[in-house]
Design a binder for this molecule. Structure first.
Ligand code: PEP
Ligand code: CO
Length: 424
């Protein structure tokens, strides 16, 4: 405990990762989503890794998220709020506290900010020093993201460069090239009309926000800072924080914590949640009914979404909470394949998103966004997609420290499908 106290004291005096004013701007942007004027794309790793921490990996993840956002904006004509599961997504809630490895029963892996993923008892012993290591990795990650998104890499004139080689040669990649050429033509056209493109900041940089699950209160609490402008409290570990399906008790510690900070916050909502449960969360986390403050991230599974979602949409609308509704099509569709790997089918992911759109269309509410686990790498973790990854291929390139992620091609493919749904 002494070691943990020392770490908390250390975090409490380290610089904040983000500023209150940034969190307020994200709340505003999400307010536009709540009002049906924009769409939110929240995406990144299930669990960031201390081991796989390179500039290339961060850049490639950003590339695929920027590609998806362009597909959605160009294809459906809606502004896209871009939020990464990044620069702090290091802690994992687990369904089981222990795991069997051969004859041994060892503690489960809980994310690199808690313990190590190697399958030995020693590796799984929690170490408070990991909180500080996680802080520093988050700082370095966010620094690079800021450089990429404000320093020219996210310039619309670079749109071709976001298409990675192994993606560009695929059908999805070629479809993306078509969009990129359309953007080139539009930019040339505007320049020819006499518009000074260099003066239009929105063409040359993007806002890219960070988020993670606020699971480890020993990390989040010391990073709370008081905003000197407003006197309000912000969790300065990320722009947006969410509470997971397993810790969303409105009377529990995690909701208590999030109720005390002004950042935009999210809650995962699974099949067990009743309309009253969801209203209790709205009352707890958004008593002032501020548009953009609360995002409800539903994760029911493809088979349940069309029955589970409508009563919740009805209840929240009747009570007048201006929430963002976002669809996490990943966590309700996970299963273990023959070989023992956790995986998800691309078709189930797409089916849950379709069901989400159908439920919103029927209710007259706005399907505000998607929340997905992805990587810019060419992994084989989720099944199906255009290249049709099958169970036998999962072992080929399965590098996730936790849940299976969409690879860059599957992610881009998904963006085209979501753009179609948004247009419809
Ligand atoms: C996650 O987002 O990685 C996660 C664990 O989700 P949930 O809380 O919805 O299970
Ligand atoms: Co996950």
């Amino acid at each position: 405990m002494a070691a943990l106290d020392a770490v908390r004291a250390q975090l409490a005096v380290l610089p904040p990762l983000v500023f209150a004013g940034e969190a307020r701007r994200l709340t505003e942007a999400l307010g536009d989503v709540a009002a049906g004027r924009a769409f939110v794309l929240q995406a990144g790793d299930c669990a960031e890794s201390f081991a796989e921490f390179t500039a290339d990996a961060i850049r490639d993840k950003l590339k695929v998220i920027l590609q998806m956002a362009v597909v959605l904006t160009y294809g459906a004509g809606v502004p896209v709020v871009k939020v990464g599961r990044i620069a702090g997504q290091f802690a994992k809630p687990r369904s089981s506290p222990t795991e069997r490895v051969g004859d041994l029963e060892i503690e489960s892996f809980r994310g690199h900010m808690v313990n190590d993923d190697l399958p030995t008892a020693a590796a799984r012993v929690p170490d408070p020093a990991r909180l500080v290591a996680g802080y520093h990795q988050s700082v370095a990650t966010l620094n690079l993201l800021r450089a990429f998104t404000k320093g020219g890499f996210a310039d619309l004139a670079q749109v071709h460069a976001w298409n990675q080689e192994f993606v560009a040669s695929s059908a999805e990649g070629r479809q993306f090239e078509g969009i990129a050429e359309g953007i080139d033509r539009a930019l040339h056209f505007m320049a020819a009309c006499g518009i000074d493109l260099a003066a239009e900041a929105t063409l040359h940089e993007v806002d890219f926000w960070t988020s993670h699950e606020a699971l480890l209160l020993d990390y989040e609490e010391p990073l709370v800072r008081r905003d000197s402008l407003t006197g309000e409290w912000y969790d300065c570990s990320a722009h947006m924080l969410w509470v997971g399906e397993r810790t969303r008790d409105p009377e529990g510690a995690h909701c208590e914590f999030l109720s005390g900070v002004r950042n935009p916050v999210g809650v995962k909502i699974g099949t067990g949640a009743t309309p009253d449960d969801v209203l209790a969360l709205c009352a707890r986390l958004d008593p002032e009914r501020r548009p953009g403050r609360l995002t409800l991230i539903t994760r029911f599974g493809a088979a349940n979404v069309e029955t589970a979602l409508p009563p919740l949409l009805e209840a929240v609308r009747t009570e007048g909470y201006p929430v963002v509704w976002s669809c996490d099509p990943m966590h309700g569709n996970t299963f273990t394949a023959e070989g023992g790997r956790k995986t998800r089918r691309f078709d189930d992911i797409l089916a849950e998103i379709r069901g989400f759109f159908t439920a919103h269309r029927d209710a007259g509410t706005w399907p505000g966004g998607v929340h997905v686990e992805l990587t810019g790498d060419d992994v084989t973790e989720c099944l199906g997609g255009v290249e049709d990854i099958v169970e036998g291929q999962l072992e080929e390139r399965y590098t996730s420290a936790c849940d299976p992620r969409l690879n860059a091609r599957q992610s881009l493919d998904l963006a085209f499908r979501v753009a179609e749904l948004l247009r419809g």
